[in-house]
Design a protein around this ligand. Structure first.
Ligand SMILES: Cc1cc2nc3c(=O)[nH]c(=O)nc-3n(C[C@H](O)[C@H](O)[C@H](O)COP(=O)(O)O)c2cc1C
Ligand code: SF4
Ligand code: SF4
Length: 320
């Protein structure tokens, strides 16, 4: 009796699972989840102070954050800005507009940034805007920016704008496995159009906050969104990667990897990296100036983003 129930449950689970997969593959990205509506009303008062905060490991999200801050300053606002790791979160309490930026890592807002956002003080009624930066196509970017918006709404923020900006991907396994072309197809990004897009996002955020205009969103039905909720996507990387370490002979003790690591997984004195706590963000691999971080993926040694840029004589454009 019990086992029959189990079998039936298993069968119906498989049937439903297959049904869901078929639905996903047939429909492609589609609107799935209702929601994304603001639960709080915007507080009254003038918009004079803004906070622009980001998480960035290879500079793309930071570059856009600085441009957003610069645009708001030109509009007459006083702005506090910075990477969340250097940012005094109590300053959020006095901001009249908050803009947060995150890279998309493994189809989502990286776990360390999500956790920090969960710990910020309440921002009841404050207008908020969210942006993500991403590399390539089809990386669940829409849903990632929705997740960032959702995290801000959970803290009481009232969503006024959201957007996403494309760059060259900073994911080392891609070129280290020989798929250079996939990344090089975007070698001209960011360009002037990207910067114009970023500036208009900053202005729209401000205009909507001033005009008390709010927005809502819907997540898309996408298999990446479905699987990311069941398993941390970076565990896939870990599964196919070898032992992590720092190469004693090459390391010049600049401490960049330690500063970049969001999980405190690197002990440079013993040249060791704790694979259990590492979330495979690639901050160490990408920023080591001498390629001393030893990580492999499917047997291939990983090379950092700046090394890849140098080899291909690419200089990332800065906004002027
Ligand atoms: C560990 C890792 C995972 C990534 N995963 C995705 C992804 O799922 N979807 C995507 O579009 N881009 C992905 N990317 C590309 C980054 O989102 C993109 O290059 C981003 O602009 C990097 O921002 P940053 O320079 O501020 O760190 C990934 C990059 C890294 C390093
Ligand atoms: S050890 Fe490297 S890849 Fe792992 S979390 Fe730290 S910076 Fe990221
Ligand atoms: S970034 Fe590279 S050179 Fe600098 S301390 Fe880390 S491993 Fe050593």
């Amino acid at each position: 009796m019990k086992s029959g129930y189990k079998n039936r449950t298993r069968r119906s689970f498989l049937r439903n699972g297959m049904g869901l997969l078929a639905l996903i593959s047939l429909s492609g990205p589609a609107r799935l989840f209702a929601g994304g509506k603001n639960k709080t009303t915007m507080k009254e008062g003038r918009i004079m102070k803004a906070a622009v905060v980001w998480f960035s490991q290879a500079g793309h999200t930071e570059r856009n954050g600085k441009l957003i801050a610069d645009t708001l300053k030109k509009e007459g606002l006083s702005v506090v800005l910075g990477d969340y790791r250097d940012f005094d979160r109590t300053k959020l309490a006095t901001a009249d507009l908050i803009i947060m930026g995150s890279p998309v890592y493994y189809y989502d807002v990286p776990r360390n940034f999500r956790e920090w956002l969960g710990r910020i003080p309440g921002i009841e009624g404050v207008p908020v805007a969210a942006y993500v930066t991403f590399g390539g196509e089809g990386g669940n970017q829409h849903n990632a920016v929705c997740s960032l918006a959702e995290l801000l709404q959970k803290k009481g923020g009232v969503l006024v704008a959201m957007d996403k900006f494309g760059n060259m991907s900073t994911y080392p396994p891609t070129w280290s496995m020989g798929y250079d072309k996939k990344v090089l197809a975007y070698r001209f990004l960011p360009d002037e159009n990207t910067f114009a897009h970023v500036r208009s996002f900053a202005k729209l955020s401000l205009d909507n906050a001033l005009g008390k205009k709010t927005i809502s969103y819907e997540k898309e039905l996408d298999f990446r969104e479905a699987i990311k909720g069941t398993i941390a996507m970076w565990t896939g990387f870990k599964l196919f990667s070898g032992k992590y370490s720092v190469d004693k002979k090459t390391c010049i003790h600049c401490n960049k990897c330690v500063m970049k690591c969001p999980t405190g997984s690197i002990d440079i004195h013993s040249y060791s990296i704790n694979k259990d706590t590492c979330i495979a963000c690639m901050g160490c691999v990408n920023n080591c100036p001498v390629q001393a971080v030893n990580m492999t993926f499917m047997g291939k040694r990983l090379h950092g983003f700046f090394d890849f840029l140098k080899k291909n004589r690419i200089q990332i454009k800065e906004p002027v």
